[in-house]
Ligand binder design. Structure first.
Ligand code: SAH
Length: 358
C-alpha cells in the first residue's frame, strides 16, 4: 500500500499538485478545498459535485479524516472537551469554550508535551509526537461540526487559541501551515487576528514569529519574574532565561500593530508565586525591559491529584492584580472553564471524566 496523503493538511498549492497528479484541472483543487474546509464535509463520498472517477482516486490516495473522536465531555458551564485519537493511536484534545459574544476553540499542537512545567498535567504525558498540520486543522473542523452541524454557519465567528496540549513553537512549521490553511477565505476563514498562540518561551521562535507578515497574537507563559523560581516551575527557563525571554518579548513588542497588545500568562500558585513581592517583581521586570504594550492574564491554577500545587485564594489574586494595576500594568483574572471535565488550562492529559455526553 502506498502512503495516503491527509488532504485536510494540504495548502492550496499542494492540493493543486495532487489534482494534477490525478490528471485533473486546477479548479478541482479549489472544489476539494472548499468541500473540506468551507463545507466541512467528512468523507469524499459526500463531495457529490466531483466526478465519480476523481472521487474514487481520492478515496484510494487520500484521507479526509485522520482523527477519531473517542469521547466528548460537556461541562456544567457548557465547555466541551473532545478526546480524539490519531490513526496511530495517540491522544489529541481540543476544547470548545462558548461565551456570550464569541466562541473559542482551543487546539493542541502536540500529543503530550516535552516541557516539564511542574504545575501542568499535560507534562506528565511527556512528548508523544508532533501533530501534523492536517491533525491541527481537523481538530477545529471536528469541533465546529459538532457544535454547529456539518456545513453549519458559525454565528459568532470563531476565535482560536493554541493553548491545548503541547508547545506550539516546538512544532512551528506544522503550526504555521495549519494557520495558513485555516485562514483561507473560501475555507474556515479564521484569520490571524482571531488567533492567539501561547508559548512557554521558545525564544528563537518568538523572533521568527515577530517577523511573520500576517501573524496571530502572542501569549507568553511567565508564571514567575524570578529565574530561580521559574527554573523550578518551568524548566525551559534553564534553556532560555528571563533575560533572553524578555529581550525577545521586547523585540516582539516592536512588531505589534496599532492598538495591539500581547499577553503574559501567569498561573497563580498559592504560596508559591502569588505574594505582594512577587507582584512587585513582575511589575519591575516589565519596567526593566520597558514593556508597555502588554497585559497580564492571571490564571487560577487548576489542580489535580498528581500536582503538588494549590490555587491562590481569590482575595490573593485580587490583591496581586491590584498591585500590578497600581504600577500601571493591566491585569485580568481568567475564569477557569470546564474544570469539571478536565478541560481547563493544564488539565489536558487524555483523562476520562464522568460527564460524558455523546
Ligand atoms: N505550551 C504552551 C501552551 C499550552 S499551556 C504554553 O506553555 O504556553 C496554556 C496555559 O496554561 C499556559 O499559560 C500554562 O502556563 C497554563 N497552565 C498550565 N498548567 C496549568 C494549570 N494546572 N492551571 C492553570 N494554568 C495552567
Amino acid at each position: 500500500m502506498t502512503e495516503k496523503v491527509h488532504i485536510t493538511g494540504l495548502k492550496r498549492s499542494e492540493l493543486e499538485e495532487l489534482a494534477a497528479s490525478f490528471g485533473e484541472p486546477k479548479y478541482r483543487a479549489t472544489q476539494v478545498f472548499k468541500a473540506v474546509h468551507e463545507r466541512r464535509l467528512r468523507s469524499f463520498d459526500e463531495i457529490t459535485d466531483l466526478p465519480k472517477k476523481f472521487r474514487a482516486k481520492l478515496v484510494d490516495g487520500a484521507d479526509i479524516s485522520r482523527l477519531n473522536v473517542e469521547s466528548r465531555y460537556v461541562s456544567t458551564d457548557e465547555t466541551r472537551r473532545y478526546l480524539m485519537k490519531t490513526m496511530d493511536g495517540y491522544p489529541v484534545e481540543a476544547v470548545f469554550i462558548p461565551s456570550e459574544n464569541r466562541d473559542t476553540i482551543c487546539f493542541s499542537s502536540q500529543s503530550g508535551c516535552p516541557l516539564k512545567c511542574d504545575f501542568c498535567m499535560t507534562a506528565k504525558l511527556g512528548l508523544l509526537r508532533n501533530l501534523t498540520a492536517g491533525e491541527i486543522v481537523e481538530q477545529v473542523i471536528i469541533v465546529l461540526n459538532d457544535v454547529y452541524g456539518i456545513a453549519g454557519q458559525t454565528p459568532h465567528g470563531t476565535n482560536l487559541v493554541g493553548m491545548g496540549a503541547g508547545e506550539p513553537f516546538l512544532n512551528y512549521e506544522n503550526l504555521i501551515a495549519a494557520l495558513e490553511i485555516m485562514s483561507a477565505e473560501d475555507g474556515l476563514f479564521i484569520v490571524p487576528n482571531r488567533v492567539t498562540i501561547s508559548t512557554a518561551g521558545i525564544v528563537p521562535k518568538i523572533y521568527e514569529f515577530s517577523k511573520l507578515e500576517n501573524r496571530p497574537h502572542l501569549a507568553i507563559s511567565l508564571s514567575s519574574a524570578r529565574d530561580e523560581l521559574r527554573d523550578t516551575l518551568m524548566p525551559i527557563n534553564k534553556r532560555w532565561d528571563l533575560d533572553e525571554l524578555m529581550t525577545a518579548a521586547k523585540e516582539f513588542e516592536g512588531s505589534l500593530r496599532r492598538g495591539e497588545r500581547f499577553t503574559f500568562e501567569y498561573v497563580m500558585l498559592g504560596g508559591i508565586n502569588d505574594s505582594d513581592s512577587d507582584a512587585g517583581e513582575l511589575a519591575r521586570l516589565l519596567d526593566r525591559y520597558q514593556l508597555t504594550r502588554v497585559k497580564i492574564n492571571l490564571i487560577p491554577h487548576n489542580g489535580a491529584e498528581q500536582l503538588d500545587y494549590k490555587t491562590s485564594t481569590s482575595e490573593r489574586i485580587e490583591r496581586f492584580k491590584a498591585i500590578l494595576e497600581s504600577r500601571g500594568v493591566s491585569a485580568y483574572v481568567r475564569q477557569p472553564r470546564g474544570r469539571d471535565i478536565y478541560a481547563a488550562c493544564g488539565q489536558l492529559a487524555a483523562l476520562e471524566s464522568e460527564n460524558v455526553k455523546m
